[in-house]
Design a protein around this ligand. Structure first.
Ligand SMILES: [Zn+2]
Length: 166
C-alpha cells in the first residue's frame, strides 16, 4: 500500500473541526432550494394558470367542477377556463374564470363552446359568466415582470394552503 493519498498529512484536529462544521450545518434549518426565475412568457402563463386551478381545488375540492362530459372522470386534474384562454389575457388570470376540472370536460368544452356556455351558466350562475364575458371584451397585456409577480403571489398562496405548486 503506497497510494499517494496515504502520504497526505492531516493536521491534528483538522478532521475534528471539519466534523464540527458539518454537524453545525446539519442543525441549521434546510435552506429552500431557490426556484429558478422563469422568464419564458408561455411557461409563466402555464404555471400561473396551473396555480389558479390548484387554488380553486383547495377552495372547492378536487372533484371536477363541470361534470358534463359523457366520460367525465369525476375528479379534476387541470385548470379549466370558463372563458377560453384563446379569448386573450384579459380573463386568463381572473380567479373566477379558472376552476378545477377533468380533461374530458375540458375537451368537451373545446368541442362545443356554446353548449358548455349554458352549462357554465347552470353551474356558476348567469352573473358570473356574464361578468367574465364583459371582462373578456377588454384588453390586457402583462409584462414579463408582471407575470413573474403574479406567479410568485399565486405560488405563495398555493404553498400556504399546503398544495403542490407549479
Ligand atoms: Zn369532468
Amino acid at each position: 500500500m503506497n497510494y499517494w493519498y496515504s502520504k497526505i498529512k492531516i493536521k491534528p484536529g483538522a478532521l475534528k473541526k471539519r466534523w464540527e462544521k458539518r454537524a453545525a450545518r446539519a442543525k441549521t434549518p434546510q435552506r429552500t432550494i431557490p426556484i429558478r426565475k422563469v422568464s419564458n412568457r408561455q411557461e409563466l402563463k402555464r404555471r400561473i394558470v396551473r396555480n389558479l386551478g390548484l387554488l380553486d381545488a383547495a377552495k372547492n375540492g378536487r372533484d371536477c367542477r363541470i361534470k358534463k362530459a359523457k366520460h367525465c372522470l369525476g375528479v379534476g386534474s387541470i385548470a379549466y377556463h370558463i372563458i377560453p384562454q384563446m379569448r386573450g389575457d384579459a380573463t386568463r388570470f381572473v380567479r373566477e374564470n379558472v376552476v378545477w376540472a377533468c380533461v374530458a370536460c375540458n375537451r368537451g368544452e373545446q368541442m362545443n363552446r356554446s353548449l358548455y356556455r349554458q352549462y357554465h351558466v347552470d353551474i356558476f350562475g348567469k352573473e358570473r359568466v356574464e361578468n367574465l364575458e364583459s371582462i373578456a371584451r377588454g384588453e390586457a397585456h402583462f409584462s414579463i415582470a408582471a407575470l413573474q409577480t403574479i406567479l410568485e403571489n399565486t405560488r405563495a398562496e398555493v404553498i400556504s394552503r399546503g398544495g403542490v405548486q407549479a
